[in-house]
Write a protein that binds this ligand. Sequence first.
Ligand code: COA
Length: 187
Amino acid sequence: MTTQLETERLTLRPWTEADAPALFRWARDPEVGPRAGWDPHASIEESARIIREVLAVPESYAIVVRGREPEGEPVGAIGLKFGAASDLARDAIEAELGYWLARPLWGRGYMPEAGRALLTHAFSDLRLKVVWAGHYEGNLQSRRVMEKLGLTEKRTRNADGRIEHVLCITRAQWGQNLSTGEKNALP
Ligand SMILES: CC(C)(COP(=O)(O)OP(=O)(O)OC[C@H]1O[C@@H](n2cnc3c(N)ncnc32)[C@H](O)[C@@H]1OP(=O)(O)O)[C@@H](O)C(=O)NCCC(=O)NCCS
């Protein structure tokens, strides 16, 4: 089940079909989807279908900046993929992290903030052992997010003709990055 996660500035909550116009507003941007491996959305109807078929699944979150108008509008996505939905995560104790953010909000540290909350959830609530993530060659913005989250590179691979860098973080490595109080809260 997808719960709701709160960070200092963000709420991460499940997607609903009512988010389709907002999703289209940001996901039509040709600078966003292709960097993450998907085509820009062509219509609100397509965004609604993507919500139904792709985003409305467990551990997939809409990112909302609290206090930003229009209140409650998603400005990005972050999630964990499991099993057949991921070609990096090999079994039930692993997952693949993915994310994107509306272009006007880049560079404010929102995605590292969302990522930290989701990794804490992944390791302490879901009790995962490894979280993987991949970025295409040249996507230095995504690389920086992964580095800020403590992921380290394991290999590169060919992904449909593009070079993809594959990184991961283990539960033990995540625990080493936590404060004593946060460590004590781990099960
Ligand atoms: C990757 C992405 C989610 C980063 O989110 P973010 O909240 O902007 O992350 P940060 O604020 O930590 O910025 C990360 C880096 O982006 C760069 N950056 C910052 N503002 C930028 C801007 N306006 N334009 C371009 N790059 C910028 C900086 O190098 C920054 O690293 P630094 O903090 O060491 O200077 C966002 O760029 C994005 O959605 N990109 C398109 C989709 C994508 O690539 N998804 C990941 C697929 S693997």
